[in-house]
Design a protein around this ligand. Structure first.
Ligand SMILES: [Zn+2]
Length: 177
């Protein structure tokens, strides 16, 4: 087996990649959102993900774990392409967010048809699925880790669980889509 396979199989590397991907995703989402309420949610989520990454790296270093090199594909636990693409809400024609046409080339609807905003509920749904998958990755890594690293991961499993609970509470209060 090649080195590349061993690296992507490293469960700690996957946890770290997921944490970094969360920061990148919510940074992008925060920039892309026009609705101030949605921007505010993405801003909160960005801070949660930044803090979680920072403390995870710090705690792993304190446990004297040599942070694994991260090469290969990120886990793609967040749908980056959903932020990159916009669809005409009349006909479903899909275009890059940087190249929205003056009118839809398929149905002729005005540019306005592409300006559908991501909802607050959708923002929390993204946060919920991200936290759920991050929790799975942390649990897998914890099972295989040595004692000192196991403790670090156990602490982060608790943190992630509380993030997940918060996102579920928010989803409860944003039932209406
Ligand atoms: Zn169209």
């Amino acid at each position: 087996m090649s080195a590349r396979v061993r690296k992507t199989d490293n469960p700690i590397a996957r946890v770290l990649q997921a944490a970094k991907e969360g920061v990148v995703f919510f940074e992008k989402a925060h920039t892309a959102a026009n609705d101030p309420r949605v921007r505010e949610v993405f801003g909160r989520l960005l801070n949660i993900r930044k803090e979680s990454l920072r403390s995870l790296e710090e705690n792993l270093r304190e446990a004297r774990l040599l942070l694994p090199e991260m090469e290969g594909q990120p886990p793609r636990i967040y749908p980056l392409e959903e932020l990159q693409k916009k669809e005409c809400y009349v006909c479903g024609y899909s275009t890059d967010v940087e190249a929205i046409p003056e009118s839809c080339p398929r149905c002729g609807a005005s540019r306005y048809a592409f300006e559908r905003e991501i909802t607050v509920r959708k923002a929390w749904e993204l946060a919920e699925s991200g936290a759920r998958i991050t929790l799975e990755l942390l649990s897998e890594a914890e099972k295989l880790a040595e004692e000192n690293v196991k403790q670090v991961l156990a602490k982060h499993i608790q943190l992630e669980q509380s993030i997940l609970n918060e996102t579920r509470k928010e989803l409860e209060s944003h039932r209406e889509s």
